[in-house]
Ligand binder design. Structure first.
Ligand code: 6R9
Length: 635
């Protein structure tokens, strides 16, 4: 029996029941049948959420790149593994076959070794969406180095924080990147970041934009000449099932970004299995996920999941608006895309352009549309369904997180009937629970609460790099014996889930998770600023945008407020990146606080969202008088 491809709803329920009644047997069968192992496991699962500790396929040995590349060589050697579509539509696309990918990963892996990288070392990858990004990820995995990809839109401060946190020995980067009409000086950002990193010994630089950059003697090396000399054979390092595969940082509601650690076997099994089913991927389909590999979506559903299935995965360097807002549809037509996976913020931006551009292209190859990153609003859902899918391609609104490694709640296309704004049913093996504020599970349907997961799944992040205590506190302390997601959700009358949004201080702007604390910390560094508070408010393209309430040290500050606003956004850009810039900045005399001194963001959020008639009880505040003042000066 093969549970690998689910074909109808009855089968979903059957397989789902098996996966929760006998999770170990279920995942063992999947692992046995669909992957290659150097040694099989001694035990399928060992877990204890109170520690917390989770181990899947304990004792097994494998290398994920043998599963993603080598084993396809005999049957799919000349098939395109990675289809690279450059920023400039006039530059030819590049088809990298499985055979070529094998060679390029091996050469890259040998270059890493020659430059001192060994199993277990951390390598920071700060590379734009070009083939070398996927190849460097796989090259690390080939030799057992732990990759830490940092999105190449992050600032030098964000980069150095991440390099230092995981003590990376090497940085892989490019001279620069193309983004629409613009170029970005990546190497300059790396140079700046490395001024405050002593752990980095070598920097490998990919040539992409041919800019004139500074190469530091003894530290920086051009990649290509090293690759040209490298052997095309590199034996895969044999890894333990629970050896770390990568670290990926995600924002928390407070403090430092969290370096989520994913391990090898469980992550591989789960991303491969979800890829196959959540996208109903069939041999010879062409699959495109528009995310950046700098985010978890790119790790799991551009690189590992598709390649583990021997799929063709598109890697797009550019932006949806260049050379015009028809670019996505142009690519769908050009490469006859079958599965298309994008974010609600992109859909909203494209919907704003009307239907002329989307109607211009032949989108008839599309079979499945995906959405991820934030709740998809009803209007965007219908626009996507009507104009892109022509009401024929099911939309999979897939809910998951950096921490979960793979898709957790999603319709299975052509299997689960979809419902706008609903992520619908738990994926195979996933046991969600909705909890009330007292820590009791809400049973039955038509309930709303905090979304938790009761039982481990193979790709759950195992820890936060260097801070297991924080991992425990963040995810396993809110509710006993449960993984707490940080999201709220409701379950409708048929058991479908709808994610209602974050219940903590994380704000999702254009699909990027932003913690309020790091932004407030940056603003507070401005010499004129005493204190600040950030909240999200609804935005028709970004989903949420940021509204900042800023208290100046000198209330009578005579300087021009518009200049101050620019300076504040400049600081945020330098510390975090342009994605965290504030749309609105209101200067105020005070912030509403609880008696214990906590800022009442709930009230600020309502004011920013223009819901003033619904502020709730403000009488318990330390300083209720500030509220009216803030309302009067609302932007
Ligand atoms: C994969 C990814 C995770 C947070 C998550 C939730 C939000 C993601 C969603 C969704 C509603 C969906 N989120 N998918 N909310 N519907 N389909 O995005 O990971 O960047 O870690 O973000 O994104 O709030 O908790 P990550």
């Amino acid at each position: 029996m093969s549970n690998y491809h689910i074909k109808h709803l009855e089968e979903y329920y059957q397989v789902y029941r098996k996966s929760v009644r006998e999770p170990e047997n279920f995942w063992e069968e999947i692992a046995e049948e669909h992957f290659i192992w150097s040694k099989k496991w001694d035990k399928v699962l060992e877990w204890d959420f109170s520690k917390p500790e989770v181990k899947w396929f304990k004792g097994a040995k494998l290398n994920i790149t043998e599963n993603c590349i080598d084993r396809h060589l005999a049957t799919r050697g000349d098939k395109t593994a990675i289809l690279f579509e450059p920023n400039d539509p006039n530059e030819p696309a590049e088809n990298i076959t499985y055979k070529q990918l094998h060679i390029r990963v091996n050469q890259f892996a040998n270059v890493l070794k020659e430059n001192g990288i060994k199993k277990g070392d951390r390598v920071c990858i700060y590379v734009p969406m070009i083939p070398e990004l996927a190849i460097s990820v796989l090259a690390c995995a080939r030799i057992g180095a732990i990759h830490s990809v940092v999105f190449a839109g992050f600032s030098s401060t964000a980069l150095s924080t991440r390099i230092n946190d995981s003590d990376c020995k090497m940085v892989i980067t490019a001279d620069g990147s193309f983004r629409g009409k613009k170029t970005i000086d990546l190497k300059g950002i790396v140079d700046e970041a490395l001024e405050s990193c002593t752990c980095v010994e070598n920097v490998l630089v990919v040539k992409r934009i041919n800019s004139d950059i500074h190469m530091k003697e003894g530290r920086d090396k051009w990649l290509q000449p090293l690759l040209d000399k490298a052997s095309t054979e590199c034996k895969a390092e044999i890894m333990d099932a629970e050896d770390p595969l990568f670290i990926l940082y995600t924002s928390g509601s407070t403090g430092m970004p969290k370096g989520m650690v994913h391990t090898t076997a469980g992550y591989m099994v789960y991303t491969a299995y979800t890829f196959k089913n959540a996208f109903q991927y069939r041999e010879n389909d062409v699959y495109w996920c528009t995310a950046d590999i700098g985010w978890i979506t790119g790790h799991s559903y551009i690189v590992y999941g598709p390649l583990a299935n021997g799929a063709t995965t598109v890697l797009f360097e550019g932006v949806p608006s260049y050379p015009d807002f028809g670019r996505f549809w142009d690519i769908v037509e050009k490469h006859k895309i079958n599965q298309f996976y994008t974010a609600p913020t992109a859909i909203r931006a494209l919907a704003k352009q009307g239907t002329e551009l989307v109607d211009k292209y032949d989108l008839s190859s599309l079979k499945v549309l995906g959405s991820v990153g934030e709740p998809i609003n009803e209007e965007a859902w219908h626009w996507y369904n009507d104009n892109v899918g022509k009401k024929k391609s099911p939309i999979i609104d897939s809910w998951w997180q950096t921490e979960t490694g793979g898709i957790m709640i999603t319709p299975i296309p052509y299997v689960t009937p979809t419902k706008p704004t609903y992520a619908t049913l738990p994926f195979i093996g996933i046991q969600p629970a909705l909890m009330d504020e007292n820590g009791d599970e809400l049973k039955g349907n038509q309930v709303e609460g905090r979304l938790c997961i009761k039982f481990p799944w193979p790709s759950i992040a195992r820890t936060i790099w260097g801070n297991h205590q924080r991992y425990k506190e963040t995810y396993f302390s809110a509710f006993d014996n449960m993984y707490f997601t940080g999201d709220g959700a409701l379950r409708d009358e048929v058991g479908y889930y709808r994610i209602t949004g974050r219940v903590d201080d994380v704000i999702i702007v254009s699909g990027h998770n932003l913690g309020t604390a790091p932004i407030e910390d940056s603003i507070n560094e401005h010499p004129a600023v005493a204190e600040s508070a950030i909240v999200g408010f609804p935005h028709d393209v970004k989903g949420s945008a940021l509204y900042g309430y800023v208290i100046l040290k000198d209330a009578g500050e005579s300087r021009n407020h518009d200049n101050l606003r620019k300076e504040i956004n400049q600081i945020i850009t330098e510390h975090i990146g342009p994605i965290a810039k504030l749309d609105k900045i209101q200067f105020s005399d005070g912030l509403p606080k609880t008696r214990s001194g906590k800022i009442m963001r709930r009230i600020l959020r309502k004011i920013a969202s223009n819901e003033m008639d619904n502020l709730g009880d403000t009488s318990t505040l330390l300083n209720p008088e500030v509220v009216q003042n803030i309302i009067d000066n609302r932007l």
